[in-house]
Design a protein around this ligand. Structure first.
Ligand code: FAD
Length: 117
């Protein structure tokens, strides 16, 4: 199949949206089980990301910039930072991470009530 840049970018926008929204809803005080699972989730997201070049490059970035899984704030800021590294690699502008949790409010309301573990 021929590469299709439009589709590759569309995939990227949707994937980043889910990525940041998951991190902005990660628990404030995650259990050790949740910390372990976040690392697995992100590593599998990277490994199975459908664009091969992106997957390879993102796994290398994670090795150099380890996943921050101790709290919602640190996880969401890590996610913003690593996306900025991809932006820089692609010569795109850097994103302001200071309101990352508000920027990715999913509107899911009482999700935390069901996520106490
Ligand atoms: P995107 O980068 O898709 O961002 C979407 C929106 O998110 C932006 O409009 C902005 O509102 C917001 N945003 C931007 N930066 C941040 C940030 N740091 N934190 C939070 N929100 C932000 N493409 C390639 O060509 N080569 C690659 O190697 C490559 N690797 C990728 C790896 C991953 C894991 C993913 C998910 C995508 C990758 N892509 C890659 C796709 C690329 O990152 C973009 O998604 C695509 O080029 C579309 O770019 P965009 O300008 O629409 O904005």
């Amino acid at each position: 199949l021929m590469p299709d840049l439009e589709k590759k970018q569309e995939l990227g926008r949707h994937a980043w949206y889910l990525f940041h929204t998951v991190l902005s809803r990660y628990p404030d005080e995650p259990s050790s089980d949740q910390q372990e699972k976040l690392q697995q989730y992100i590593n599998l997201f990277a490994e199975f990301y459908p664009c091969g070049e992106c997957s390879y490059h993102f796994q290398e970035l994670i090795k150099k910039n380890p996943i921050q899984y101790k709290s919602r704030q640190t996880a969401a800021l890590w996610g913003c930072h690593i996306h900025n590294l991809v932006n820089t690699h692609l010569k795109k502008p850097t994103y302001d991470c200071s309101n990352i949790l508000e920027d990715y409010d999913c509107g899911c309301g009482d999700y935390d009530e069901f996520n106490k573990g």
